[in-house]
Design a protein around this ligand. Structure first.
Ligand code: NAD
Length: 302
């Protein structure tokens, strides 16, 4: 019989840390075979990325996305514009890319400079190439539970939960953050899986009264240590989407990781949790777009 020391007992009580990097690697492996199948039909999935301005975080995200495409055999093209770029130029480029049969996915890296109307830009992307899932057509699909391009970050969270076999049906889910990119689509996706979902945001009064009820707590606010251990139910699954850079240069999430880990059953770290899944889901959406287009072309030729 193993002798459990005090330290061992403490360790066994800690929540499992979800290895988003490893899960993403497993999914990417399966995506490789889908790319191979497409190539056998002479189709190379193609992603076009448009970056406007010199936001350093955006530049890093775009670099990661392009590198990941290359690793998987997805053809990517990058279109860089200065901060003072003219919106009609970008709209024209998007229209050209919409018409280009070698491009299956189009992504405009957000945020855009303030003189851009983001809605105009996103609505110009063809709904069939909208791999970020931000076009109103795709948002509508998400609302009615019939999504074509699930937005990448919340889709990555769903995949993480599935991979960890976390039951969702009937569970209390609290999503902290109500953005169009993460919080709202996250809530819709988990509601679609029959969870009881509550969305909190910056105007929510007494956040803790909601978070403490969560069986699954998803946090996407962009605020370090927003979620402290007393706000979390013992045994909860805690998904930290937040990415914050501290003045020390350290990258942290929105959750007090060390303390919350002692109460949670499962917790995602930052970095290495949700982040690697987001890019993976972008790759998956691009491959799906290419597959759909190829299947359509085949059925037309029959
Ligand atoms: P956002 O600023 O658009 O939205 C933040 C949301 O959080 C808003 O709804 C706001 O009301 C809410 N909020 C802010 N402060 C709050 C508080 N004190 N209490 C409760 N709610 C609060 O941000 P976003 O684009 O949704 O991103 C959120 C976080 O997730 C950021 O840290 C961002 O960097 C990160 N993020 C990570 C990934 C990833 O791949 N891991 C992807 C996208 C965003």
């Amino acid at each position: 019989m193993k002798h459990i020391t005090h330290n061992d007992a403490d360790l066994t009580a800690f929540g499992k840390i979800v290895d988003g990097k490893a899960i993403a690697a497993t999914i990417r492996q399966s995506l490789k075979s889908r790319v191979k199948k497409l190539k056998e039909q002479n189709v190379i999935p193609g992603l076009a990325v448009i970056l406007v301005g010199d936001n350093p975080a955006s530049a890093v995200y775009v670099r990661n996305k392009l590198r990941s495409c290359a690793e998987l055999g997805i053809a990517s093209s990058k279109f860089l514009f200065p901060t003072d770029a003219s919106p009609p130029d970008i709209l024209r480029l998007i229209e050209d890319l919409n018409a280009n049969p070698e491009v299956h996915g189009i992504l405009v890296q957000l945020p855009l400079p303030p003189h851009f109307n983001v809605t105009d830009i996103l609505e110009t992307i063809s709904a069939s190439k909208d791999v970020d899932g931000f076009h109103l057509y795709n948002v509508g699909g998400l609302v009615v539970g019939n999504t074509v391009f699930p937005p990448c970050t919340p889709y990555g969270v769903v995949k993480l939960l599935e991979h960890e076999r976390v039951p969702i049906e009937g569970k209390n889910v609290v999503v902290v953050g109500a953005s169009n990119i993460v919080g709202k689509p996250m809530a819709l996706m988990l509601m679609q899986k029959d969870a009881t979902v509550c969305i909190c945001h910056a105007k929510t009064r007494d956040l803790a009264q909601f978070t403490i009820l969560a069986d699954i707590l998803v946090v996407a606010a962009g605020y370090p240590k927003l979620i402290l251990a007393p706000m979390v139910k013992t045994g909860a699954v805690v998904i930290d989407v937040g990415i914050n850079r501290l003045p020390t240069g350290q990258l942290v999430g929105d959750v007090d990781f060390e303390e919350v880990r002692k109460k949670a059953a499962l917790i995602t770290p930052v970095p290495g949790g949700v982040g690697p899944m987001t890019v993976t889901m972008l790759l998956e959406n691009t491959i799906s777009a290419a597959e759909r287009k190829t299947a359509k072309a085949d059925s037309i030729s029959i």
